[in-house]
Design a protein around this ligand. Structure first.
Ligand code: DGL
Length: 262
């Protein structure tokens, strides 16, 4: 059984890595829409179009389950994709919301791209599930570029991280949803600033758990001792993407192929 995972760039590789660890006997195909990134500053109409193109491409390769490994696409396009396609679609936003509510936190912070926060989908979904919680949502548009460029440990990046998270610290959030798939890559820096008591909700971990549960119930025979293939497709192949994915996958060899999708 093939599972298709997509994001705009390297962020979704954190989701791909978690799913890969948990589901070795499933074939995984990742699509990074690197030619059209960033999604986080684009309109709903454009993100919907890109998300639809991505699913169509993954479907053409035989994927029977789709994972939206991008919070911006999850915020804008999940409903549309679920209406249009008949197969199961998992999205990082639902996984993050469920995990943050399980934490029993009463003050929940959400950080994400400008489009994710502006879409109001996290805020709406959290409130719908639990009226009494206090939500503090903050767009952190500068975090993606510093992560993409591998600059998170620089001194000036520390100032950016501090600036972006100051409101969350001041608001005394008990749990923080990392509402962008890039953010788990700077989990340590975020933890350092907010302190050890704040629970960081990493949707990569959460979505791989719910996918595992779903597959155990619905496709138990697919769990075998054989390791299946992993493939990565990108719409723009740069040396930067190869370096970044090698960093994420450490010693695992994954072939990266260039595709043109419309
Ligand atoms: N990884 C995307 C997300 O989770 C953000 C990157 C982008 O702006 O394309 O929202």
């Amino acid at each position: 059984m093939k599972i298709g995972i997509f994001d705009s760039g390297i962020g979704g590789l954190t989701v791909f890595r978690e799913i890969s660890k948990r589901l070795p006997s499933f074939e995984l195909i990742y699509l990074g829409d690197t030619a059209r990134l960033p999604y986080g500053i684009k309109s709903k109409k454009t993100v919907n179009k890109y998300s639809d193109n991505n699913v169509r491409f993954l479907k053409s390769l035989g994927c029977e389950i789709i994972v939206i490994a991008c919070n911006t696409a999850s915020s804008y396009s999940t409903d549309l994709l679920k209406r249009k396609y008949k197969f199961p679609i998992f999205d990082v936003l639902s996984a993050g919301v469920a995990a943050s509510l399980e934490s029993e936190a009463k003050r929940i912070g959400v950080i994400g791209t400008s489009s994710t926060i502006e879409s109001n989908t996290y805020q709406r979904t959290l409130k719908k599930r639990k009226k009494s919680i206090k939500i503090i949502a903050k767009a952190c548009p500068m975090l993606v570029p510093i992560i993409e460029q591998g600059l998170a440990k620089e001194n000036y990046s520390k100032i950016i991280i501090k600036n972006n998270l100051a409101l969350l610290k001041k608001s005394k959030v008990e749990a923080l949803i990392l509402g962008c798939t890039h953010y788990p890559l700077i989990k340590n820096e975020i933890k350092k600033f907010l302190g050890p008591r704040v629970i960081l909700v990493d949707s990569a971990e959460e979505i791989s758990k719910s996918l595992f549960k779903y597959l155990k119930t619905n496709h138990p025979k697919e769990f075998t001792k054989y390791k299946k293939k992993r493939r990565i497709y990108v719409t723009d192949k740069s040396s930067y993407f190869e370096r970044a994915s090698k960093k994420i996958f450490k010693n695992i060899e994954v072939e990266i192929k260039l595709v043109d999708i419309k």
